[in-house]
Write a protein that binds this ligand. Structure first.
Ligand code: SAH
Ligand code: DHB
Ligand code: MG
Length: 236
């Protein structure tokens, strides 16, 4: 492990390719000022999310876990003028800080933050006709990742891209019987995805300013339209 080297290289990449940006810099400063945990994606990962959403021509993005809105801003910037992003955040104070940051970044018209526990708010997205989404970023509480994955597929369409953060956890996922509840849940996520015929996926290990972790990238390969219609019109 060589954290200082990883951080230096992350700073190098950031300086060369990602660039500095007043809205993102002030978002990070606001997060520090409010003493939020410094667990937002790194600038290089933020740009990766944005590039993935652009490559995919995403128009309807769903995010679970807003924090100060840092990843939200990266993703919202990938959207066309009529694109929309819904971000779910359970902590009302995080959501308030994020709202300010998102407006300052000029993407307020595209972004809606919904405050509440993701598992409680996800069903409403379906009944309110807001699904399907074409890009989903899962980054809320790790203990609930298996359930979030199930919901993500439920609110997807054919081709939807699902990105799931923090799935390597310093290599802890290689443990056969992990104690940590979060690691257990992430391993259950791998099991679910592995046997789920509706998606095809991989995971990539990363090192950088946020240490040693990784993300999962999945693509919905099944035409879910009929099933979603069924869900929308069910009244039970
Ligand atoms: N995506 C952000 C970081 C999110 S950190 C970024 O990269 O900039 C994880 C966030 O998930 C925290 O703000 C936390 O309050 C929120 N969270 C935790 N449990 C949640 C839940 N059950 N539902 C929705 N959000 C939750
Ligand atoms: C944690 C959460 C994250 O989303 C992340 O990227 C890093 C750490 C955490 O809860 O510790
Ligand atoms: Mg994360």
């Amino acid at each position: 492990m060589d954290q200082e080297r990883w951080s230096e290289v992350d700073r190098y990449i950031e300086k060369k390719l990602v660039g500095s940006d007043p809205a993102l810099t002030s978002t990070l400063a606001a997060a520090v000022a409010a003493q939020l945990p410094a667990i937002e994606v790194s600038p290089n990962h933020g740009k990766l999310l944005s590039l993935l959403a652009i490559i995919h021509n995403s128009r309807r993005i769903l995010e679970l876990g807003t924090l100060a809105g840092y990843s939200t801003i990266w993703l919202a910037r990938a959207l066309p003028a009529d694109g929309r992003l819904i971000s779910i955040e359970s902590n009302a104070s995080h959501a308030r800080i994020a709202q300010v940051n998102i407006e300052k970044a000029g993407v307020g018209a595209k972004v809606e933050i919904r405050v509440g526990k993701a598992l409680e708010l996800l069903p409403e997205l379906v009944t309110q006709g807001l699904a399907p989404f074409d890009f989903i970023f899962i980054d809320a509480d790790k203990e609930t990742y298996p359930e979030y994955f199930e919901w993500a597929v439920r609110v997807s369409q054919y081709g939807t891209i699902i990105v799931i953060d923090n799935v390597v956890r310093n290599g802890a996922i290689r443990e056969v019987k992990p104690e940590d509840k979060r690691v257990k849940a992430v391993k259950r996520l791998f099991d679910l995805v592995a046997q789920d015929r509706r998606v095809t996926a991989t995971a990539v290990q990363t090192v950088g300013s946020k240490g040693y972790d990784g993300f999962m990238l999945a693509r919905v390969t099944e035409d879910l339209h009929d099933r979603l219609e069924h869900h929308l019109h069910r009244r039970d």
